[in-house]
Design a protein around this ligand. Structure first.
Ligand SMILES: Nc1ncnc2c1ncn2[C@@H]1O[C@H](COP(=O)(O)OP(=O)(O)OP(=O)(O)O)[C@@H](O)[C@H]1O
Length: 265
Protein backbone atom coordinates (compact mmCIF):
# COMPACT_ATOMS: atom_id res chain seq x y z
CA UNK A 1 0.00 0.00 0.00
CA UNK A 2 1.37 3.40 -0.96
CA UNK A 3 1.55 6.39 1.39
CA UNK A 4 -1.38 8.01 -0.46
CA UNK A 5 -3.54 4.89 -0.10
CA UNK A 6 -2.80 4.71 3.64
CA UNK A 7 -4.35 8.18 4.11
CA UNK A 8 -7.77 7.81 5.82
CA UNK A 9 -9.25 10.27 3.25
CA UNK A 10 -8.18 8.05 0.34
CA UNK A 11 -11.19 6.90 -1.73
CA UNK A 12 -10.42 4.46 -4.54
CA UNK A 13 -12.05 5.35 -7.86
CA UNK A 14 -10.27 2.91 -10.15
CA UNK A 15 -9.00 -0.52 -9.10
CA UNK A 16 -7.40 -3.03 -11.44
CA UNK A 17 -6.12 -6.44 -10.34
CA UNK A 18 -4.03 -8.86 -12.43
CA UNK A 19 -5.35 -7.14 -15.54
CA UNK A 20 -4.29 -8.58 -18.90
CA UNK A 21 -5.24 -7.48 -22.39
CA UNK A 22 -4.29 -9.64 -25.36
CA UNK A 23 -5.39 -8.43 -28.79
CA UNK A 24 -6.26 -11.39 -30.98
CA UNK A 25 -4.53 -11.50 -34.36
CA UNK A 26 -4.44 -14.00 -37.21
CA UNK A 27 -0.63 -14.41 -37.06
CA UNK A 28 0.43 -13.59 -33.49
CA UNK A 29 -1.75 -12.24 -30.65
CA UNK A 30 -0.49 -8.95 -29.14
CA UNK A 31 -0.02 -9.06 -25.37
CA UNK A 32 -0.66 -5.36 -24.69
CA UNK A 33 -1.06 -5.28 -20.89
CA UNK A 34 0.46 -7.73 -18.43
CA UNK A 35 -0.72 -8.13 -14.81
CA UNK A 36 -1.64 -4.53 -14.15
CA UNK A 37 -2.39 -3.83 -10.46
CA UNK A 38 -3.33 -0.21 -10.01
CA UNK A 39 -5.38 1.83 -7.56
CA UNK A 40 -6.34 5.42 -8.39
CA UNK A 41 -7.83 7.56 -5.63
CA UNK A 42 -10.48 10.27 -5.83
CA UNK A 43 -8.96 13.61 -6.77
CA UNK A 44 -5.64 12.15 -7.88
CA UNK A 45 -3.92 13.29 -11.07
CA UNK A 46 -2.36 10.10 -12.43
CA UNK A 47 -0.05 10.03 -15.44
CA UNK A 48 0.71 6.90 -17.41
CA UNK A 49 4.13 7.17 -19.01
CA UNK A 50 6.13 4.66 -21.03
CA UNK A 51 7.59 3.94 -24.45
CA UNK A 52 5.44 3.89 -27.57
CA UNK A 53 3.28 0.77 -27.80
CA UNK A 54 3.52 -0.11 -24.07
CA UNK A 55 -0.24 -0.08 -23.62
CA UNK A 56 -0.97 3.36 -22.11
CA UNK A 57 -3.91 4.03 -24.41
CA UNK A 58 -5.13 0.46 -23.96
CA UNK A 59 -5.19 0.93 -20.17
CA UNK A 60 -7.06 4.22 -20.52
CA UNK A 61 -9.55 2.58 -22.90
CA UNK A 62 -10.06 -0.39 -20.56
CA UNK A 63 -10.90 1.93 -17.65
CA UNK A 64 -13.30 3.89 -19.89
CA UNK A 65 -15.01 0.72 -21.15
CA UNK A 66 -13.77 1.20 -24.69
CA UNK A 67 -11.71 -2.02 -24.68
CA UNK A 68 -12.58 -5.48 -23.30
CA UNK A 69 -10.12 -7.23 -20.98
CA UNK A 70 -8.73 -10.73 -21.42
CA UNK A 71 -8.35 -11.55 -17.72
CA UNK A 72 -8.25 -9.91 -14.29
CA UNK A 73 -10.63 -7.35 -12.84
CA UNK A 74 -11.37 -3.64 -13.23
CA UNK A 75 -13.65 -1.61 -11.00
CA UNK A 76 -14.58 2.03 -11.39
CA UNK A 77 -16.41 3.47 -8.40
CA UNK A 78 -17.14 -0.11 -7.30
CA UNK A 79 -18.84 -0.74 -10.66
CA UNK A 80 -17.75 -2.45 -13.86
CA UNK A 81 -16.41 0.00 -16.47
CA UNK A 82 -19.58 -0.58 -18.48
CA UNK A 83 -21.83 0.36 -15.55
CA UNK A 84 -19.61 3.36 -14.84
CA UNK A 85 -19.97 4.47 -18.46
CA UNK A 86 -23.73 4.20 -18.26
CA UNK A 87 -23.55 6.33 -15.10
CA UNK A 88 -21.63 8.86 -17.24
CA UNK A 89 -18.51 8.67 -15.12
CA UNK A 90 -16.12 9.56 -17.94
CA UNK A 91 -15.01 12.57 -19.88
CA UNK A 92 -12.51 11.78 -22.64
CA UNK A 93 -10.02 14.10 -24.34
CA UNK A 94 -8.07 12.68 -27.29
CA UNK A 95 -4.75 13.71 -28.82
CA UNK A 96 -6.56 15.36 -31.74
CA UNK A 97 -9.30 17.78 -30.71
CA UNK A 98 -12.11 15.83 -32.57
CA UNK A 99 -14.31 18.90 -32.95
CA UNK A 100 -17.03 19.29 -35.56
CA UNK A 101 -15.66 21.95 -37.91
CA UNK A 102 -19.11 23.02 -39.15
CA UNK A 103 -20.38 23.79 -35.65
CA UNK A 104 -19.40 26.77 -33.55
CA UNK A 105 -17.22 26.42 -30.47
CA UNK A 106 -20.29 26.80 -28.23
CA UNK A 107 -22.26 24.20 -30.22
CA UNK A 108 -19.37 21.75 -29.97
CA UNK A 109 -19.29 22.03 -26.19
CA UNK A 110 -23.09 21.80 -26.03
CA UNK A 111 -23.36 18.68 -28.19
CA UNK A 112 -22.83 15.86 -25.63
CA UNK A 113 -25.26 17.55 -23.26
CA UNK A 114 -27.86 17.98 -26.01
CA UNK A 115 -27.47 14.26 -26.78
CA UNK A 116 -28.30 13.66 -23.11
CA UNK A 117 -31.55 15.58 -23.81
CA UNK A 118 -30.83 18.28 -21.26
CA UNK A 119 -32.79 21.56 -21.71
CA UNK A 120 -31.12 23.81 -24.30
CA UNK A 121 -30.98 26.91 -22.10
CA UNK A 122 -29.30 25.01 -19.27
CA UNK A 123 -26.87 23.40 -21.73
CA UNK A 124 -25.97 26.78 -23.21
CA UNK A 125 -25.26 28.16 -19.75
CA UNK A 126 -23.03 25.19 -18.81
CA UNK A 127 -21.13 25.38 -22.13
CA UNK A 128 -20.46 29.11 -21.67
CA UNK A 129 -19.22 28.54 -18.12
CA UNK A 130 -16.90 25.72 -19.20
CA UNK A 131 -15.48 27.79 -22.05
CA UNK A 132 -14.79 30.64 -19.63
CA UNK A 133 -12.96 28.20 -17.33
CA UNK A 134 -10.53 27.25 -20.10
CA UNK A 135 -10.02 30.92 -21.00
CA UNK A 136 -12.15 30.97 -24.16
CA UNK A 137 -14.73 33.55 -23.22
CA UNK A 138 -15.52 35.58 -26.35
CA UNK A 139 -14.79 32.70 -28.73
CA UNK A 140 -18.20 30.99 -28.42
CA UNK A 141 -19.36 31.92 -31.93
CA UNK A 142 -16.10 31.12 -33.72
CA UNK A 143 -15.65 27.91 -35.69
CA UNK A 144 -12.90 25.45 -34.66
CA UNK A 145 -10.93 26.15 -37.85
CA UNK A 146 -10.66 29.79 -36.77
CA UNK A 147 -8.77 28.74 -33.61
CA UNK A 148 -5.18 27.60 -32.98
CA UNK A 149 -4.43 23.94 -32.12
CA UNK A 150 -4.03 24.79 -28.44
CA UNK A 151 -7.34 26.67 -28.37
CA UNK A 152 -9.10 23.76 -30.09
CA UNK A 153 -7.76 21.41 -27.45
CA UNK A 154 -9.09 23.75 -24.76
CA UNK A 155 -12.52 23.49 -26.42
CA UNK A 156 -12.22 19.68 -26.18
CA UNK A 157 -11.40 19.96 -22.48
CA UNK A 158 -14.39 22.28 -21.92
CA UNK A 159 -16.59 19.77 -23.75
CA UNK A 160 -15.31 16.86 -21.62
CA UNK A 161 -15.81 18.82 -18.40
CA UNK A 162 -19.32 19.96 -19.38
CA UNK A 163 -21.10 16.94 -18.01
CA UNK A 164 -19.00 16.94 -14.83
CA UNK A 165 -17.37 13.53 -15.28
CA UNK A 166 -16.17 11.74 -12.17
CA UNK A 167 -13.00 10.84 -14.09
CA UNK A 168 -11.36 12.87 -16.81
CA UNK A 169 -9.46 10.62 -19.21
CA UNK A 170 -6.85 12.44 -21.28
CA UNK A 171 -4.90 10.64 -24.00
CA UNK A 172 -1.86 12.77 -24.85
CA UNK A 173 -4.05 15.86 -25.16
CA UNK A 174 -1.12 18.21 -25.74
CA UNK A 175 1.15 15.83 -27.68
CA UNK A 176 0.74 17.64 -30.99
CA UNK A 177 1.45 21.13 -29.61
CA UNK A 178 4.66 23.15 -29.44
CA UNK A 179 6.45 23.29 -26.08
CA UNK A 180 5.48 26.86 -25.17
CA UNK A 181 1.77 26.23 -25.79
CA UNK A 182 2.03 22.90 -24.06
CA UNK A 183 3.59 24.37 -20.91
CA UNK A 184 0.93 27.07 -20.87
CA UNK A 185 -1.88 24.51 -21.17
CA UNK A 186 -0.23 22.34 -18.49
CA UNK A 187 -0.44 25.32 -16.16
CA UNK A 188 -4.09 25.98 -17.06
CA UNK A 189 -5.01 22.33 -16.60
CA UNK A 190 -3.22 22.26 -13.26
CA UNK A 191 -5.21 25.28 -12.04
CA UNK A 192 -8.46 23.73 -13.26
CA UNK A 193 -7.68 20.44 -11.54
CA UNK A 194 -6.77 22.22 -8.32
CA UNK A 195 -10.04 24.15 -8.39
CA UNK A 196 -12.27 21.19 -9.26
CA UNK A 197 -10.38 18.38 -7.45
CA UNK A 198 -11.41 15.99 -10.24
CA UNK A 199 -9.79 12.60 -10.77
CA UNK A 200 -7.64 12.68 -13.92
CA UNK A 201 -5.96 9.81 -15.77
CA UNK A 202 -3.48 11.27 -18.24
CA UNK A 203 -1.36 9.58 -20.91
CA UNK A 204 1.89 11.27 -21.89
CA UNK A 205 5.30 10.68 -23.43
CA UNK A 206 6.74 13.70 -21.70
CA UNK A 207 8.57 13.27 -18.41
CA UNK A 208 8.37 16.97 -17.54
CA UNK A 209 4.64 17.08 -18.29
CA UNK A 210 4.05 14.03 -16.07
CA UNK A 211 6.13 15.51 -13.26
CA UNK A 212 4.53 18.94 -13.50
CA UNK A 213 0.93 17.68 -13.47
CA UNK A 214 0.77 14.46 -11.50
CA UNK A 215 0.22 13.42 -7.92
CA UNK A 216 1.08 9.89 -9.04
CA UNK A 217 3.22 8.72 -11.97
CA UNK A 218 2.75 5.20 -13.31
CA UNK A 219 5.84 4.12 -15.27
CA UNK A 220 5.28 1.31 -17.77
CA UNK A 221 7.64 -1.08 -19.58
CA UNK A 222 7.81 -1.85 -23.31
CA UNK A 223 5.35 -4.46 -24.56
CA UNK A 224 3.86 -6.45 -22.94
CA UNK A 225 3.12 -3.37 -20.87
CA UNK A 226 3.57 -3.89 -17.16
CA UNK A 227 3.93 -1.41 -14.35
CA UNK A 228 7.59 -0.80 -13.54
CA UNK A 229 7.06 1.77 -10.81
CA UNK A 230 4.32 3.84 -9.21
CA UNK A 231 5.78 7.09 -7.95
CA UNK A 232 3.79 9.24 -5.51
CA UNK A 233 4.84 12.82 -6.14
CA UNK A 234 6.37 14.69 -3.21
CA UNK A 235 5.60 18.03 -4.91
CA UNK A 236 2.89 20.32 -3.44
CA UNK A 237 -0.58 20.10 -5.03
CA UNK A 238 -0.40 23.70 -6.18
CA UNK A 239 2.31 24.20 -8.80
CA UNK A 240 3.75 27.24 -10.48
CA UNK A 241 5.92 27.59 -13.58
CA UNK A 242 8.95 28.24 -11.32
CA UNK A 243 8.61 24.73 -9.91
CA UNK A 244 10.09 23.34 -13.11
CA UNK A 245 13.51 24.74 -12.10
CA UNK A 246 13.38 23.44 -8.52
CA UNK A 247 15.65 20.71 -7.17
CA UNK A 248 12.61 18.56 -6.18
CA UNK A 249 11.25 18.72 -9.75
CA UNK A 250 14.59 17.80 -11.32
CA UNK A 251 15.06 14.90 -8.88
CA UNK A 252 11.58 13.53 -9.56
CA UNK A 253 12.15 13.77 -13.32
CA UNK A 254 15.39 11.81 -12.85
CA UNK A 255 13.51 9.16 -10.82
CA UNK A 256 10.99 8.74 -13.67
CA UNK A 257 13.81 8.61 -16.24
CA UNK A 258 15.60 5.89 -14.20
CA UNK A 259 12.39 3.85 -13.88
CA UNK A 260 11.83 4.08 -17.64
CA UNK A 261 15.40 2.89 -18.19
CA UNK A 262 14.98 -0.01 -15.72
CA UNK A 263 11.72 -0.99 -17.43
CA UNK A 264 13.43 -1.18 -20.80
CA UNK A 265 16.04 -3.70 -19.55
N1 LIG B 1 -7.09 -2.89 -31.75
C1 LIG B 1 -5.87 -3.44 -31.69
N2 LIG B 1 -5.61 -4.62 -32.27
C2 LIG B 1 -4.39 -5.18 -32.21
N3 LIG B 1 -3.34 -4.63 -31.58
C3 LIG B 1 -3.54 -3.44 -30.98
C4 LIG B 1 -4.82 -2.78 -31.01
N4 LIG B 1 -4.69 -1.61 -30.33
C5 LIG B 1 -3.43 -1.55 -29.89
N5 LIG B 1 -2.74 -2.64 -30.29
C6 LIG B 1 -1.33 -2.95 -29.97
O1 LIG B 1 -1.21 -3.02 -28.56
C7 LIG B 1 -0.01 -2.42 -28.11
C8 LIG B 1 -0.34 -1.28 -27.15
O2 LIG B 1 -0.93 -0.22 -27.86
P1 LIG B 1 -1.32 1.17 -27.17
O3 LIG B 1 -1.90 2.04 -28.23
O4 LIG B 1 -2.13 0.91 -25.97
O5 LIG B 1 0.12 1.71 -26.72
P2 LIG B 1 0.57 3.17 -26.27
O6 LIG B 1 1.52 2.98 -25.14
O7 LIG B 1 -0.61 4.01 -26.03
O8 LIG B 1 1.35 3.65 -27.56
P3 LIG B 1 1.67 5.14 -28.10
O9 LIG B 1 2.46 5.80 -27.01
O10 LIG B 1 2.47 4.91 -29.32
O11 LIG B 1 0.35 5.82 -28.36
C9 LIG B 1 0.70 -1.94 -29.37
O12 LIG B 1 1.65 -2.91 -29.74
C10 LIG B 1 -0.38 -1.84 -30.40
O13 LIG B 1 0.11 -2.09 -31.70
Amino acid sequence: MSEAEANPHFRPVVKTKALNVIYPAADQPVHALSNIDLVIGKGEFVSLIGPSGCGKTTLLRVIADLEPITSGTVFVNEMSPSEARQARAYGYVFQAPTLLMWRTVLENVMLPLIIQRRPVQEVQQIAKEQLAKVGLQGFEDKYPWQLSGGMQQRVSIARALGFEPKILMMDEPFGALDEITRNHLNQQLQELWLEQQRTVVFVTHSISEAVYLSTKIVVMSPRPGRIVDIIDSPLPRERSAALRDSEAFIQLAQQVRDALKDGAL
